[in-house]
Structure formats: structure tokens, C-alpha cells
Design a protein around this ligand. Structure first.
Ligand SMILES: Cc1ncc(COP(=O)(O)O)c(C=O)c1O
Length: 407
């Protein structure tokens, strides 16, 4: 049977994730990979997960292996609601929906809010996993340029004037792929625009807890509530997506969305059609691990320290080994830096050369709106041990130098 003509037309916009395909290549032994957005597995809390798994199975075994509610485990929703209630903003468990990773929030929000040919405003570059989730709706993505302080919010306002944008998507903290962060004044300006235009905004925040310097930046949701002078998320247009993937472990697949109740209600309906509910066992394990707050806080503090050291080492080695024609971002948290080479180099070709030296990264063209970005690539520092960072970056520097002298 030839299936080619049998697929729904929306599948024309679907393709396998290039990042995930590159990850297959880099899984070979000997390859130093800066490709995946992976947390450091040597810091996964394996013993603690084993311990709490025993506890939940011994104490509530019949319950944790059963189907459960689509909204998610009430205690976990309550814990997240309390953590997210900051300053004047008070969030109720009814405003929280537990998801199978925050990637599911992208899928479900697409289903319930986007129509074919809607306009969605995004940072350029933006998260490729969002593009995969929303492209099947034939979305018209409108790009806002970025710099070292994230989205250039002054360039956003003219795009809002025609009033035809359906939504704005942003990763304000330690963006994927750039690692950059939207500054506080820009968040304030964005909050003012949200109030003025009542535009729904999707705040994707998997990395916000992984700040290396100073304090956690207030979320766009918090800034919006303050701008509107409200204590209630019901008055806000921000849909906030969070996850335990980068703070605990991605393998549990536990994330969440926080939003006004009418949005949560629709998302619950979409989730029921997708997977009924998030794994009961994963939710119980997650809750048991974090309920006292202390374990998570200590664990994340340690991750910040380790990732900060790895970032410092990677940037210092790049400073030492990369040719002068190449530039890169200086992240203050998260997992990535993005490299920009001279226009005439293509990151896919550079990757072929780098793989010959057993080094891998992710070319960023797929993260860009429009035909740009071919000369950029993303480097992950969280998942490489220090000695690998030095060797891998030295090799990559040599590859870049050799390609630039040839050109
Ligand atoms: C910006 C962004 N959003 C969402 C996700 C999905 O994360 P998860 O589904 O593991 O919560 C990722 C994963 O890397 C990401 O970088």
C-alpha cells in the first residue's frame, strides 16, 4: 500500500526534529556532544527517586498505579500554585493543569487556541519544538528581532497595531537556542503592551530556575499581574508553561501550565482526548520528592553551581580557541550559548567537519523564521563534563579556524 496520498494535509508541515536526528548521530561512543538540551545525568537524583518510589508504592500502591484525574494530582497542583504565588499574585490549584512535560502544553495550546493561518509573534530565533507543534496549523509566524537582552520589545509594538496577532510566544529566561534573557525593563514594557492590547502570551519557562547570577527574574506573568494591579491570574492573558525536566529529571515527564480558568478548562478537554492524564506514578514520585521544598531547593542550587562552572569553562575555552570572526552569546543561566559565524559558513557543513573530529552541536537554521540563521549553531554546556568541554571546544576551534582560512 502506498500511504503517500492518504495522510492528512496538515502532515505536510510535519517533519522529524533535526535536533533529535542529530542526537542519534551523537549517541555513538567517542563523540563529544554539545548537541542535546540535556541536563547532566550524573546529577539526576537517582537514589532519592528510588527511595520515594518505594514510599509511594508501599503507602499508596493501588492509587499510584490507577487512572487519575485529567487535571492532575491535587497535592501537586496545590504545591505548584503556592510556589507560583509571588508578591501580590495568588494562584489557585484550579489554575494549574499537570502535563506530560511542558512540550504537551505547546501541543494542547495549539489545539485550543490556534486556527489555520493565525498570526503568532515570536522571537527570532525561537524554540524549534514550538514550531513543530504549531506549524501544522499553517501558522503565519511574525518575527521580532532579539539581542543580548532578549526580544527587542520596542520592535513588537508596531506588529500589534493591526490587531491581527492571535498570540505571542516567548521564552524570556535563558532562551533556547540563544541562552539570552529578556531584561527587566523589557518585561515591564511587554507587560504594559499586554495590558494595552489584551494579547494572549505563551510564556515558556523551562529554564527560569537555572539562573547563575543574582536572583530569579520575575516572570512575565508576575509582571503582567503587577502592571494590571491584580492579584488574580484570571485577569491576565499570560499562559505560563513550567516543567520539572530541567530541575529534577526529564524522564519523569512532568510539567504544567498555569492560566486563567477558561483556558485551563479547554486544555483539560484537549488533554482528555490526548492521553487522559499525566502518569499517576510520575506525579506521585515528583510530589513526594518536592513536597518539603528543601530537597528541590538544595538540588537546584547545586545544579546552578555545576552549570555555572560549565558555562564559565566553555566560554573561557571559546575565548581562547575560537577565531576572531566568530561571536557567541553570554548566557547568565540555562543550558546554551549560540554561536554566529561569518555569513559564508553554513553550520550544517561545519557540523560534518566537526563530526570527523568527533564533536557535535545543533545547527540553528531550523530555529529561525525565514531563510536566515544558516551560519549559527547551538552549544549545550550542561551535559558535558569539564574535560570534555575543553577538548571539544579546542577541536571545534581548530575546525572553525581551518574552514575560515580555506574560505
Ligand atoms: C523552550 C522549551 N520549551 C519546552 C521544552 C519541553 O520540555 P519538557 O517537555 O521536557 O518539559 C523544551 C525542552 O528542551 C524547551 O527548550
Amino acid at each position: 500500500m502506498n500511504w503517500d496520498n492518504r495522510f492528512a494535509s496538515r502532515t505536510a508541515q510535519m517533519k522529524r526534529s533535526t535536533v533529535r536526528e542529530i542526537l542519534k548521530l551523537t549517541a555513538q561512543p567517542g563523540v563529544i556532544s554539545f548537541a542535546g538540551g540535556l541536563p547532566a545525568p550524573e546529577f539526576f537524583p537517582v537514589d532519592r527517586i528510588r527511595e520515594v518510589s518505594d514510599i509511594v508504592l508501599a503507602e499508596r500502591g493501588r492509587e499510584v498505579l490507577q487512572y487519575s484525574t485529567s487535571e492532575g494530582m491535587p497535592e501537586l497542583r496545590g504545591w505548584i500554585a503556592e510556589r507560583m504565588s509571588k508578591g501580590a499574585l495568588k494562584i489557585s490549584p484550579d489554575n494549574i493543569l499537570i502535563l506530560s512535560g511542558s512540550q504537551q502544553a505547546l501541543d494542547l495550546v495549539g489545539r485550543v487556541l490556534l486556527d489555520e493561518r493565525d498570526v503568532v509573534i515570536v522571537e527570532n530565533p525561537t524554540y524549534v519544538g514550538m514550531l513543530s507543534a504549531w506549524k501544522p496549523y499553517d501558522i503565519q509566524f511574525t518575527a521580532v528581532p532579539t539581542d543580548q537582552d532578549g526580544m527587542i520589545v520596542d520592535e513588537l509594538e508596531p506588529l500589534l497595531q493591526p490587531g491581527d496577532a492571535k498570540m505571542l510566544y516567548t521564552i524570556p529566561s535563558f532562551q533556547n537556542p540563544q541562552g539570552t534573557t529578556m531584561s527587566r525593563p523589557r518585561r515591564a514594557k511587554l507587560a504594559a503592551l499586554l495590558q494595552q492590547y489584551n494579547l494572549p502570551v505563551y510564556e515558556d519557562d523551562p529554564y527560569g530556575e537555572l539562573y547563575f547570577d543574582g536572583e530569579k527574574m520575575p516572570s512575565v506573568l508576575e509582571m503582567e499581574a503587577a502592571q494590571r494591579g491584580t492579584t488574580s491570574i484570571e485577569d491576565c492573558t499570560t499562559i505560563y508553561a513550567g516543567t520539572f525536566s530541567k530541575t529534577l529529571t526529564p524522564g519523569l515527564r512532568v510539567g504544567w501550565v498555569a492560566a486563567a480558568y477558561p483556558v485551563i478548562d479547554k486544555l483539560v478537554q484537549a488533554k482528555q482526548a490526548t492521553d487522559l492524564h499525566t502518569s499517576t506514578l510520575s506525579q506521585f514520585i515528583t510530589y513526594e520528592m518536592i513536597r518539603d521544598g528543601k530537597f528541590l531547593d538544595d538540588h537546584v542550587a547545586n545544579l546552578r553551581k555545576v552549570y555555572r562552572e560549565r558555562r564559565d569553562l566553555m566560554l573561557a575555552t571559546m575565548d581562547r580557541c575560537f577565531p576572531a570572526e566568530v561571536t557567541w552569546t553570554r548566557p547568565s543561566g540555562g543550558l546554551f550559548t549560540m554561536v554566529t559565524m561569518p555569513e559564508h559558513l553554513n553550520a550544517v557543513d561545519v557540523l560534518q567537519e566537526a563530526l570527523k573530529q568527533n564533536v557535535a552541536f545543533v545547527p540553528c537554521d531550523g530555529f529561525f523564521i525565514g531563510e536566515t540563521g544558516h551560519n549559527t549553531f547551538r552549544l549545550n554546556y550542561s551535559n558535558a563534563r569539564p574535560e570534555m568541554i575543553v577538548t571539544g571546544i579546542e577541536r571545534l576551534g581548530a575546525v572553525l579556524k581551518s574552514l575560515l582560512t580555506q574560505a
